[in-house]
Design a protein around this ligand. Structure first.
Ligand SMILES: [Cu+2]
Length: 107
C-alpha cells in the first residue's frame, strides 16, 4: 500500500508528465543580422511563436505555403503567431528571400 503522504507527490508527477506533453509552448525566434535564430524550431499546433526583430530594418516571417504571416516586424519590435494544425514547414522573409527557416513537428 502506498503511504498517504506519497499520493499527492505521485499525482503531481503524473500531471506534470501529462502537461509536459500537451501544454502549448512558447518559442522565441530572434531575427538578427538577417538570420532567424534558431533556423529550425520543433513545434506543435497551439504553440506560440514570438519573432523578435533585432535588426535596424523591418522583416517578416511568412510561411512558404502562405498559411501564416507575421506581417511587418519593425526594427526592435516583435510579432506573435500561433502554430496552426498544419503549421510545420518552411518560412521566409517577404523582403529578403535569402532569409529562410523551418518549423518542424515536435515529438
Ligand atoms: Cu527580412
Amino acid at each position: 500500500m502506498i503511504p498517504r503522504l506519497a499520493r499527492p507527490a505521485l499525482l503531481a508527477a503524473a500531471l506534470a508528465g501529462c502537461a509536459g506533453a500537451e501544454r502549448p509552448a512558447r518559442h522565441e525566434i530572434a531575427i538578427q543580422a538577417f538570420v532567424y535564430q534558431p533556423a529550425s524550431a520543433p513545434v506543435r499546433p497551439g504553440d506560440t511563436l514570438v519573432f523578435v526583430n533585432r535588426d535596424a530594418v523591418p522583416h517578416t516571417a511568412t510561411a512558404a505555403d502562405g498559411a501564416w504571416d507575421t506581417g511587418d516586424i519593425p526594427a526592435n519590435a516583435s510579432r506573435t503567431v500561433v502554430v496552426g494544425e498544419n503549421g510545420v514547414g518552411g518560412y521566409k522573409c517577404a523582403y529578403h528571400p535569402t532569409m529562410t527557416a523551418t518549423l518542424t513537428q515536435a515529438r
